[in-house]
Design a protein around this ligand. Sequence first.
Ligand code: FE
Length: 175
Amino acid sequence: MPSRRHVILASAGLVTASALPALACNAPTERQTEGPFFRGGSPLRVQLASPKQPGTRMALTGSVLDRDCRPIAGAMVDIWHADATGDYDMSGYNLRGHQITDASGAWRFETIEPARYPGRTRHYHVKVVLADGRSLTTQLYFPGDGGNSRDGLYRPSLQMAIERNVGRFDFVLAA
Ligand code: FE
């Protein structure tokens, strides 16, 4: 199956998909520490915040891709993050949940923006687990956050693309 980039190039009349060499996707998504606040067994759900949860609403979406930019279906995307005061729920599953990617590799959550907490700029924690056992643990960051430059874990490559309270990020799994 041609990758999305192949299809785009081919549909633009630039080349035929079959003439293209295997086109690598972007570099694999950088791994980061899971930190002390992960809890296994999060619920399968899109809505991570109850309607009464204080905080600015934010949707998170993207895809899980392989190195050839092909979508990976059936991947678990598990997200956990701090609330609007910088605290994690360590007794329940508030602001925690997972999704399974669809045939297009897509995932989506609706939640709130996390606050900074001591030593950390704003971030979401993510764990992606594939059906074959490969996994990726990382964190996503907010472009332009004043806390980024003071957080040694922050990486520009892990910034979401944010538009109108929707944060997008595609995870690329190493082979
Ligand atoms: Fe954290």
